[in-house]
Structure formats: structure tokens, C-alpha cells
Design a protein around this ligand. Structure first.
Ligand code: NAI
Ligand code: MG
Length: 351
């Protein structure tokens, strides 16, 4: 089969990042020959070690190189030895903003055989996709501090919401909802208190809804949503929400769908003006780093999202099936190492 060449940037990062990325790549290598894609990989040394060595987080020159790639696979960044915020803002958020990843896509799906802390739910009850806005909201860094360290310190952190930014993410969410069997879209916000931003989201939702008569829309305050994620997850099909709310509710999403070791995500630039970046939701897990204990499944499911994004749907389904089969057989098995899980899934993909 003639293959389309894909330039894939790989950022293993810190802690368990390199361990889980190795398994993601193992599975990608197993599926690539039949995917119609040929991957040319470039690894980028970014994260805590580079910051300690050079003081750099995401230098302009590296950012420019990343722009020339077709997609990015990221492990995780962060280390207790680096002050909080340095890598999050300087590397992760910078990449998301500069590469215009306005959709942060986070599926919340309970696979058969996976245990959930929720009682009495089935796999049909926990099957949603959260479309988190990725380039606006309170994460833009707008704000500042005055009289720092004094009793009169003032700290502001503004939430930035533009009609353009809200509309493009809402449109994307409608498109997702229109292509799922339940065709339901829930806006999660806090429009009773955050009246300016919430109202903008509401009006945009209503306007775009007119173009998608087949999609049912619903609204839920974010505090209520955290409750419903736990006691009525079946209410949700596609959720669209702002950057901060999406960050928070998707951690609950990860918890109800089997834990952070299974939660995948995509930082997507749907317009294709820059490469999209796929990464597990979890961080660098310094507490288990270097011990072969990390579950690589979240990264492997992020590879599924990467394949879908590149149009290799068949390959994506193949990897997803392999993950589902592996998960179904996990219960009752002894603990396996990071590499053993990667090997088992890669073998199912090739077999
Ligand atoms: P974390 O996600 O790294 O770890 C939270 C807990 O989950 C830990 O007990 C860890 O052992 C466990 N865990 C995480 N991934 C796992 C996996 N694949 N398999 C099994 N167990 C897993 O979050 P934490 O501890 O808050 O942050 C650690 C560092 O990671 C910090 O520096 C933080 O800033 C950074 N971070 C980076 C992210 C990213 O690169 N996207 C996202 C979240 C945190
Ligand atoms: Mg988070």
C-alpha cells in the first residue's frame, strides 16, 4: 500500500513520560505498516532536564521546528525540582496557545471489564466526550500582581472569552455530537455567576444550534456537572466547556472511567494550521517514575486519537480494539510492568 509520510514530533518529557511514550510508539510501530501512514519521528528533548541544563522551556527555534511537523506525541512534563508553573506555562500552555490547539478533546469512556468507583453503572452510562476550550478562559495569563508579598498584595487572573474563540469550539462540539448516536450536546458553565462569559457561551450555543437541528442541547452549571458525572454520568454525550472547567471535570471523568492511567487527550488544531498534540491526561508521576509501574494505556489511547486525527480510522479502531481486549482481561491478572502492557497490546495489534 502506498503510504502517506507523517512527520511525528515526539516529546517524551519527564518522569514516567519517556516510559509511557516508548509503549505508545511500540504500538504505533505495530499498526503503522497497515495504516497507510509512514511515520518519520523526531524526538525533542524538552522538560525538566533541559530547563535545569539551559533554562529553556520551549525555545522559539524548537517551536518553529514543531510547526513543521504533522503531529506531536507528548508524554508528560513536570518535576518537583522545577518551580510550579514554569513547565506548565512555559512549555505545555505555550505549545497549546502558539499552535492554536483550541480544542482539548478528552473522551470519558468506560471500557468493558474496567472497574469504576461508581456503583451500578454500565459501560453505556459512561461514554462521553469532553470538548474543552484550549486557548482562552482563565488560562491566557492575563492579569497580574501588585504589591507582591505585602499585606496589600493584589492578584488578578482574568478569564478571556472571545466570540470567535467560543464559536469555533462550540461548532466543533456540535460536529462531534452530530456524528455520535445520541446526538446530544451539553454546555457546562457557570452562567448564573460568570454572567458575561456564560452569556456569551449561551448565545453562541443557541446560534450554532440552529444549524444542527438533529442535535439536542442541554445546559448544566459546572458544580452540578461534577455531581452528575458521579451520580448520573449517562446524562452526558458531548460536553462543551471552558478551559478551566474542562480541566477540572475531566479529572473526574478520568476517575469514573477507570483512572488516570487510562485517560487520553488530544490538543487539536482542527483547522490544520499547526500540528495537533496528543498526550495522556496524567502528569509525570514522580512517585512511580523509573519503576516500570506506569500504565501506558492512556498514552496508547492517545495514539488512537492521533491516528483518527490523521485520517487512519481503520488503524485507530484496530488499536482501540486491542486496548479493549487487553483491558477486558486485566481483572484477575497480576500486576504487569509498563513494557509488558505495551508488549501485550502491540502483539494484539500485529496478530
Ligand atoms: P500525576 O498525574 O503525575 O500523578 C497523580 C497520581 O496518579 C500519582 O499517584 C501517580 O503515580 C498516578 N499516576 C499518574 N499517571 C499514572 C499512570 N500512567 N499509571 C499509574 N499511575 C499513574 O499528577 P501530579 O502528581 O499532580 O503531578 C506530577 C507532575 O506532573 C507535576 O510536576 C505536574 O505539574 C505535572 N503534570 C503534567 C501534566 C502534563 O504534562 N500534561 C499534567 C498533570 C501534571
Ligand atoms: Mg489537568
Amino acid at each position: 500500500m502506498a503510504s502517506r509520510s507523517i512527520h511525528l514530533a515526539v516529546i517524551p518529557g519527564d518522569g514516567i513520560g519517556p516510559e509511557v511514550v516508548a509503549e505508545g510508539l511500540k504500538v504505533l510501530d505495530a499498526v503503522a505498516p497497515s495504516s497507510g501512514l509512514a511515520f518519520e519521528r523526531t524526538s525533542y528533548d524538552l522538560g525538566a532536564a533541559r530547563w535545569h541544563r539551559t533554562g529553556e522551556t520551549l525555545p522559539d527555534s524548537v517551536l518553529e521546528e514543531l510547526r513543521g511537523q504533522d503531529a506531536i506525541l507528548l508524554g508528560a512534563v513536570g518535576d518537583p525540582s522545577v518551580p510550579s508553573g514554569v513547565l506548565e506555562r512555559g512549555l505545555l500552555l505555550r505549545a497549546r496557545f502558539e499552535l492554536d490547539h483550541y480544542v482539548n478533546l478528552r473522551p470519558v469512556k468506560l471500557f468493558p471489564g474496567v472497574s469504576t468507583p461508581l456503583a451500578g453503572v454500565t459501560t453505556e452510562d459512561v461514554d462521553m466526550i469532553v470538548v474543552r476550550e484550549g486557548t482562552e478562559g482563565p488560562y491566557t495569563g492575563v492579569g497580574g500582581v501588585l504589591r507582591k508579598g505585602t499585606p496589600h498584595e493584589v492578584a488578578t487572573q482574568e478569564s478571556v472569552n472571545t466570540a470567535f474563540g467560543v464559536e469555533r469550539v462550540v461548532r466543533y462540539a456540535f460536529e462531534q455530537a452530530a456524528n455520535r448516536p445520541r446526538r446530544k450536546l451539553t454546555l457546562v458553565h457557570k452562567d448564573n455567576v460568570l454572567t458575561f462569559a456564560g452569556d456569551l457561551y449561551q448565545r453562541v450555543l443557541k446560534k450554532v444550534a440552529a444549524e444542527y437541528p438533529q442535535v439536542t442541547t442541554d445546559y448544566c452549571h459546572v458544580d452540578a456537572a461534577t455531581m452528575f458525572f458521579v451520580n448520573q454520568p449517562g446524562r452526558f454525550d458531548v460536553v462543551v466547556t471552558d478551559n478551566l472547567f474542562g480541566d477540572i471535570i475531566t479529572d473526574i471523568g478520568a476517575a469514573i472511567a477507570g483512572g488516570i492511567g487510562l485517560a487520553a487527550s488530544g490538543n487539536v488544531n482542527p483547522d490544520g494550521t499547526a500540528p495537533s498534540m496528543f498526550e495522556p491526561v496524567h502528569g509525570s508521576a514522580p512517585d512511580i517514575a523509573g519503576q516500570g509501574k506506569a500504565d501506558p494505556t492512556a498514552t496508547i489511547l492517545s495514539v488512537v486519537m492521533l491516528l483518527d486525527h490523521l485520517g487512519a480510522a481503520e488503524a485507530a479502531r484496530r488499536v482501540e480494539r486491542a486496548v479493549a481486549e487487553d483491558l477486558a482481561e486485566r481483572a484477575g491478572q497480576g500486576a504487569r510492568s509498563t513494557a509488558q502492557i505495551g508488549d501485550a497490546i502491540a502483539k494484539r495489534v500485529s496478530g
